[in-house]
Design a protein around this ligand. Structure first.
Ligand code: LLP
Length: 419
């Protein structure tokens, strides 16, 4: 469910025609729908109604300050993975007491910044990290609230690059060693053991792996209880998929399956959804530059590229592509939709059936709100696209398109003698 719909055959973001945004802001751009963002957050939140819970939006999916501000105002916490993400949260006045810090490679500076900000907890992913946090906290005369991230060793059935719950992945500590790690952590004076966390992967479209993870986690919590370790929080990560093409379960069904084994543990349940909240709340809009035909293939060359949206080449991801104006559709064709970047991997769609557009037409790449702009780069010295947030009839420019000056910010020209 989202608010990108056709009105009189013209695609709109809420009450604004996309074509109007293109005239006003130029292309390419990302546009997000505030109505959709609010709705998705609410639906997810309501799925956990009746259970003591906290939703920590996985801001790696979309981290524009205006979006974070919106979620913070709705009571969201945040799942962060870097000092930069912490800075963004603090910049919008997010409640540090609702921030969890995940990731396998936290630096001393990042740990210290998180402790100074007094975040809810640090999700620890290894033995050395436990000791490190203990040292940093000791120097600061703090007790660091930590949770241990366990690797439940299961297959979430998603793309290997976004699967994290396998035994051979870099994430979390092995299930079999969780007790040892907790015993070790209890001996470290500057740590306070407050939780257990896990995250099994992303774009998961079946409830079974979530249930399996919850069952495994439950067994650990029970075992720890018998050993005298009382925890407060159970963080089950994110990972619920969205309908790019597939049909994932609704948040209510996901929550039902996830909570079933663990509801009675009496712990506060934390989740870290990213994609399911923002994925379908954003689209990427690009203009057709040329339609190029060779003797074997047809290419639609657009002004957006892999530097704007890397998902298709990185994960073989499918994003629906729609015409912004469908009043006079071209003939049905099969084409690759490609950008100007000098790489064969620069495509947003391959062998796609669509109505043949003309030079100057606008195309909308759907479901681009999650892991779209945040993964953009300046490759080929291409300015990153603008970001726009639509709220009913208002369109806010929430990030300006990079300028050429932005591209060289921080660079120095050193004059070397030619030899
Ligand atoms: N929590 C942790 C610890 C994570 O690593 C992630 C995602 C999430 C939560 C949020 O997962 P979500 O609810 O969004 O599935 N760039 C990839 C996705 C990478 C996901 C990384 N971790 C993509 O474009 O598909």
């Amino acid at each position: 469910m989202n608010y990108f719909e056709y009105r009189h055959d013209q695609l709109c973001a809420e009450d604004i025609p996309i074509a109007e945004l293109a005239r006003r802001f130029g292309t390419p751009f990302y546009v997000y729908s505030a109505r959709t963002l609010r709705r998705h957050f609410r639906v997810f939140d309501e799925a956990f109604a009746g259970t003591d819970h906290l939703i920590c939006f996985a801001m790696k999916a979309l981290s524009n300050l205006s979006i974070l501000k919106l979620f913070a105002s709705m009571g969201a916490g945040f799942d962060i993975v870097s000092g930069g993400e912490l800075m963004r949260c603090l910049r919008v006045g997010a409640d540090p007491g609702k921030i969890v810090f995940s990731g396998v490679g936290k630096t001393d500076e990042e740990i210290a910044a998180a402790l100074t900000a007094r975040i809810l907890m640090i999700n620890v992913e290894s033995g050395p990290e436990l000791h490190h946090i203990n040292q940093v906290a000791g120097r600061m005369q703090f007790r660091a609230p930590v949770s241990l991230r366990v690797n439940p060793d299961l297959d979430p059935g998603t793309h290997p690059h976004i699967s994290t719950g396998h035994r051979d992945s870099k994430f979390g500590v092995p299930l079999a060693q969780v007790h040892e790690y907790y015993a070790e952590a209890r001996g470290l004076p500057n740590l306070e053991l407050v939780g257990l966390s896990t995250h099994i992967g992303s774009q998961i479209t079946d409830t079974a792996p979530f249930n399996e993870a919850a069952e495994k986690v439950k067994a650990i919590v029970s075992g720890l209880r018998s050993a005298g370790v009382a925890l407060k929080y159970l963080d089950l990560g994110g990972g619920l998929g969205i309908p790019y093409q597939e049909e994932p379960p609704a948040p209510a069904e996901y929550a039902r399956v996830l909570l079933k084994p663990i509801r009675d543990l009496g712990l506060r349940i934390i989740t870290e959804p990213g994609r399911v909240i923002v994925g379908n709340a954003g689209i990427f809009v690009t203009r057709v530059l040329y339609v190029k035909e060779t003797d074997v293939k047809r290419f639609i060359v657009i002004d957006g590229a892999m530097n704007d949206l890397i998902r298709p080449v990185l994960y073989e991801a499918y994003h629906e592509i729609r015409p912004v104006d469908r009043r006079n559709p071209g003939k049905p064709v099969v084409a690759d939709v490609v950008g100007p970047v000098c790489e064969s991997g620069d495509f947003l769609a391959r062998e796609r059936e669509l109505a043949e557009p003309k030079t100057g037409d606008l195309l909308a790449v759907m479901s681009a709100g999650a892991y779209g702009f945040v993964m953009a780069s300046n490759y080929n010295s291409r300015p990153r696209a603008a970001e726009i947030l639509v709220d009913d009839t208002d369109a806010h420019l929430i990030r300006e398109r990079d300028t050429f000056e932005d591209l060289i910010r921080g660079e120095k020209i050193v004059e070397l003698r030619s030899r």
